[in-house]
Design a protein around this ligand. Sequence first.
Ligand SMILES: [Zn+2]
Length: 268
Amino acid sequence: MKITLRVCFFAGVLALSSCATNPFTGKQTMALVSNDQLFPTSFQQYDEFLKSNKVVEGTTDAARIKRIGQRIAKAAETYLNANGYVGYLNGYKWEYHLIEDDQKNAWCMPGGKIVFYTGILPVAQSDAGIAAIMGHEVAHALANHGQQRMSAAYIQQGIAIAGNVAITDEQSRDMFNQYYGIGSNVGAMLPFSRSHESEADRIGIVLMALAGYNPEAAPALWTRMESSGTPEILSTHPANASRISSLTSLVPSAKAEAKKFGITTFTE
Ligand SMILES: [Zn+2]
């Protein structure tokens, strides 16, 4: 009881003092830990991950992941600039790497650090299928879901007090590892909340359409994913009938949004 009250109090104070606006939804979100604090840890952990895993270089598939990633990031920038968020992506350092591994998985760490595993490519099937995954992962990064999750964790653990946070590098790293679990086993990464998942779906499908990929590939992808055994990505991205039907219902609005930017034909 006491703890709950304290958490509520902190959350209330923080809501007043440490908020960010989500440019895609207009909603205020908790930003107790700033991207300036979060990104360096993320970038460092990503580099460590790349060093200790088999990065695929110089293949058609590696180039494909980079090309699709760049198109999605470009679409995000176009969208943000058009909606009055010029400079929103300052500090982001996009990187897209393919890792030789049978896992059917992909993820994005704060600040735009993306990994695809070769195991997911047969399920992704096409460029549009890859773009559906990429759009969703990039959306987590753009909507600062990592930042919100870390902020909530700081409060829960009593590290944050009344909006003044003195987080040591060590605490920051420990917390990051706890949530992103990238040390030895990425499968241990904790899933985002259901609301963050559906938000990433809504933003992601618009991004893929803006980048010129057919948004119809998104519901088709998650349908395939569900019927392809037990892909690791489903442990962090549960696909179920309601998720797939809501993606299907988002296709027309994603195409309409793309049309505003002159995009009317789509890559499959
Ligand atoms: Zn997700």
